[in-house]
Design a protein around this ligand. Structure first.
Ligand code: NAD
Length: 287
């Protein structure tokens, strides 16, 4: 069993690390939130809390599940000189693909390989170990690390060279956010017309407008006012911003992506860092 350093025990990282522990991997864990680290170690026999960067020097794999590229870069810059030659990083956060490529090159100078392996499916699938995982990087490294990914995910797809997983993840989240906003606007317009919001969602689910928001978010987190899906609006705005930036960088017109990015960024700024992304439903009624 590979010895795994797991960094980032948040909404997603905690259940993912839990599954790796249950599969028998020795774990060294770290989170800037000391209470998250303490709680994990207390509940998982044998798991160690990292005291410093040198705590990861025996790890075969370091797995990161962090908010963004700024944090991933800082954490791995600190760790890189301490990692053993031949170790691998599995970068599972949703991050900026061009920065991931640069990071992989810097790690290679320490004889450390990196694959990007962001996930889709939210907290529910993280708990169940059924995440979709999109992998960028050397196919041979991916094959070697696949058994570890299989503990956390069901549909694991190698999508291209390093950075490709992060690019595809951002694009997926753009499509998802666009559908969420379109769904919210349609519900508000239909309700203003006098149609019951629950009926609107049910009819769309039987029609061609059906999407992940109508199926898995509208009744569950939006119409009931729960707004507790476990995926923050700030993280969603980050992802859509990355997707929108790919347009100019690649010379591809992404007009709608820029609008969705502007809207999610505006909403995130107004609703604050604690807002769940499903709160876009209320925001869409009164931007
Ligand atoms: P989260 O905010 O709940 O967790 C992030 C964790 O990282 C926190 O526990 C935080 O304390 C920790 N952290 C921050 N800076 C750190 C540092 N310097 N060192 C160590 N730990 C640090 O976020 P999340 O919802 O778990 O998301 C994690 C990543 O997964 C993000 O990139 C997000 O975009 C992506 N993602 C989230 C979901 C979801 O549904 N929540 C789904 C797919 C992908």
């Amino acid at each position: 069993m590979s010895r795994i350093g797991f960094i980032g025990l948040g909404m997603m990282g905690q259940p993912m690390a839990h599954l790796l522990h249950a599969a028998g991997h020795p774990l060294v864990v770290r989170d800037v939130n000391a209470e998250a680290t303490r709680r994990f170690v207390a509940g998982h026999a044998g798991a160690l809390a990292a005291s410093d960067a040198a705590s990861f020097s025996d790890c075969d794999i370091v797995l990161t599940m962090l908010p963004n590229s700024d944090i991933v870069d800082a954490v791995l810059a600190e760790l890189a000189p301490h990692l053993k030659a031949g170790a691998s990083v599995i970068e599972m956060s949703s991050a900026d693909p061009s920065r991931t490529r640069a990071l992989a090159a810097r790690l290679a100078e320490h004889d450390v390989s990196l694959i990007d392996a962001p996930v889709s499916g939210g907290v529910k699938k993280a708990v169940a170990g059924t995440l979709a995982i999109m992998v960028g990087g050397d196919p041979a490294v991916h094959e070697r690390l696949k058994p570890v990914l299989e503990v956390m995910g069901k549909q694991i797809t190698h999508v291209g060279p390093v950075g490709s997983g992060h690019a595809l993840k951002a694009l997926n989240n753009y499509v998802s956010a666009a559908a969420l906003i379109a769904t919210a606007e349609a519900i508000h317009a239909g309700a203003a017309f006098g149609i019951d919001p629950a009926t609107i969602v049910d009819v769309i689910n039987a029609s061609t407008g059906k999407n992940n928001t109508t199926e898995n978010k509208a009744h569950q987190f939006m119409l009931n006012g729960a707004f507790n899906s476990g995926f923050s609006l700030a993280l969603q705005a980050k992802d859509v911003g990355i997707a929108a930036s790919l347009g100019p960088a690649l010379g591809v017109p992404m007009t709608l992506a820029q609008k969705v990015s502007d809207l999610t960024t505006l909403a995130s700024g107004k609703l604050g860092p604690a807002a769940d992304h499903t709160e876009l439903y209320s925001f869409a009624a009164k931007p």
